[in-house]
Write a protein that binds this ligand. Structure first.
Ligand code: ZN
Length: 412
C-alpha cells in the first residue's frame, strides 16, 4: 500500500504521552512539534518527528505539504445520536417563540415525533440520512463517533437501528462505535417497569447475541428511568459483556453519577446538575465524565457542567457533541471547543485533549486512535490555521482543510 509523508505542519499536535486517560496538568500537554511531520504506511503512523527527519526517511512516499497549517488527530465524538429520521424544525421554532417542552410535546413534538419518523423509515431511508450525517462529522474534522440507538423503542425498531449502524460502518470512512440505548424513553403504552422488562428480557439478549453493540446506555432521569431501574438494566447489560455509559444528572441531581461509579461504568454523561459527592464518586471509580455543552447551548440554558471542578478533582474529562435532532443539532467538535472555553472555562489545550485522546480511552480504543504516535491509525485532520488555539477561537467558521482516515484522504 502507498506511503505518505506529511511535512511542514506549523504545529503537529501529537498528544503523545501517558497511556492512561489524561488528568490534571496532563490535559494541557499537547506534545506539539513545530514544523512537524509524519510518515504513514499501510494506514498506520510509522514515524513522527521534525519535518527534515521525516523527509530523509520518506523514500518515494507521496508528499502532503501541510505548510502553514495545524495537523492533529481526528476528533473522537464519544456521545452522539447520529441515527434518526426527520428533524425537529417545528419544535425549534416553537421553542424560539417561548413555548415550553410540555406544550411542544402536547402539539406532537419532542422525542416522540422522532420515534415516529424513525419507526416509519425503511432501513435504506435511515441509511441514506445517516450517511449524510456521517459526512457532516467528517467535514468538521471528526473521524470516530459513538452512535446510540434509542429512537425505535420496540424490539424490532431498536434492532433495525443497530443493524443500519453496521451497514453505515461499511459505507462511510467515519468510524462508528455502537451503543444500545433501548432505555432512552418509556413508550406511552407501558409503565417504566413494564418497558424495562422488554428492554432487559427481550432487547438485550438479541443485541448481544447478534453482537450489535459494545456499550449499553440509559436515560436516568425523573420521568424516565430511576436509579433502581437504571441499576437493574445496566447490571444485566454488564453480565452480558457490554460496557456501560449513562445519561445522568442532566435535568435533576438524582445520584446518577454515584450509580455509574458503583457499576464501574466507562462514562457518566451530561452531569449538568452533578454535585461534589457525585464528582468524588466518579473520581474514586475512575469513571470518565462526558460533557455536552452543545445541548446546554441549544436548549437556551446557562447551567453548564462544572468542568473546572472536575478537572481539579482529577477526573479525565471528555467533550462530545450529543448530536441529536432535539436538543443538540450540531456535529461540530470545533463548536464544542468554543463552548468549552467560553462557557466552562477550559483552556483550548484541555478541550483538545478531552475531544481526542481522552475520548478514545472512554471508547476503549486508546491503543489505536486519539494521538499521533507510531503504531496508531493514521486518522488525522489538517486545519486552515497555524495555531491550535484558533480551532476554539474562531467560531461558526469551518477550518477543516483535509481529513484522513487510515491514511486515505476522505473529504475534499
Ligand atoms: Zn445524549
Amino acid at each position: 500500500m502507498r506511503s505518505l509523508a506529511v511535512l511542514h505542519a506549523s504545529e503537529l499536535v501529537t498528544l503523545a504521552g501517558s497511556k492512561r486517560p489524561r488528568v490534571g496538568r496532563e490535559l494541557s500537554e499537547l506534545a506539539i512539534i513545530r514544523d512537524g511531520g509524519m510518515l504513514i504506511r499501510d494506514g498506520k503512523i510509522e514515524k513522527v518527528g521534525p519535518s527534515d527527519e521525516i523527509e530523509k526517511n520518506g523514500g518515494d512516499s507521496e508528499i502532503v505539504d501541510a505548510r502553514g497549517r495545524v495537523v492533529m488527530p481526528g476528533f473522537i465524538d464519544a456521545h452522539t445520536h447520529l441515527l434518526f429520521a426527520g428533524n425537529r424544525l417545528d419544535d425549534f421554532e416553537r421553542r424560539a417563540q417561548g413555548e415550553t417542552y410540555e406544550q411542544i410535546a402536547k402539539a406532537g413534538g419532542g422525542i416522540w415525533s422522532t420515534v415516529g419518523t424513525t419507526r416509519a423509515a425503511s432501513e435504506s431511508d435511515l441509511l441514506t440520512q445517516a450517511k449524510e450525517h456521517a459526512n457532516w462529522f467528517l467535514r468538521c474534522g471528526t473521524t470516530t463517533v459513538e452512535v446510540k440507538s434509542g429512537y425505535g423503542l420496540t424490539v424490532e425498531d431498536e434492532l433495525k437501528i443497530l443493524r443500519v449502524m453496521c451497514l453505515l460502518k461499511k459505507e462511510v470512512p467515519l468510524e462508528i462505535v455502537p451503543t444500545f440505548l433501548g432505555a432512552h424513553a418509556v413508550p406511552r403504552e407501558f409503565s417504566p417497569d413494564e418497558y424495562l422488562e422488554v428492554v432487559v428480557n427481550q432487547m438485550l439478549p438479541r443485541v448481544t447475541a447478534e453482537n450489535l453493540a459494545e456499550f449499553c446506555d440509559v436515560f436516568c432521569e425523573r420521568g424516565y428511568f430511576d436509579i433502581d431501574q437504571s441499576r437493574r438494566l445496566l447490571s444485566a447489560a454488564k453480565k452480558l459483556g457490554l460496557r456501560l455509559r449513562g445519561h445522568v444528572d442532566q435535568l435533576t441531581n438524582s445520584g446518577g453519577a454515584k450509580l455509574m461509579a458503583e457499576l464501574g461504568a466507562s462514562t457518566a454523561d451530561h452531569l449538568e446538575q452533578a454535585n461534589e459527592q457525585g464528582i468524588e464518586a466518579l473520581k474514586k471509580a475512575n469513571v470518565q465524565p462526558v460533557l455536552l455543552p452543545g445541548s446546554v447551548y441549544a436548549l437556551g440554558s446557562s447551567r453548564y457542567p462544572r468542568a473546572r471542578e472536575m478537572i481539579e478533582s482529577g477526573l479525565s474529562v471528555v467533550l462530545a457533541t450529543d448530536f441529536n435532532p432535539g436538543s443538540s443539532p450540531t456535529p461540530s467538535m470545533p463548536m464544542v471547543l468554543s463552548l468549552a472555553c467560553t462557557q466552562m472555562k477550559m483552556s483550548p489545550a484541555e478541550a483538545i485533549t478531552a475531544s481526542t485522546v481522552n475520548a478514545a480511552h472512554s471508547l476503549n480504543r486508546a491503543d489505536k486512535i486519539g494521538s499521533l504516535e507510531p503504531g496508531k491509525l493514521a486518522n488525522f485532520v489538517i486545519f486552515e490555521c497555524e495555531d491550535y488555539r484558533e480551532l476554539a477561537y474562531w467560531f461558526g467558521m469551518p477550518q477543516t482543510h483535509a481529513v484522513y482516515v487510515r491514511g486515505a484522504r476522505d473529504w475534499l
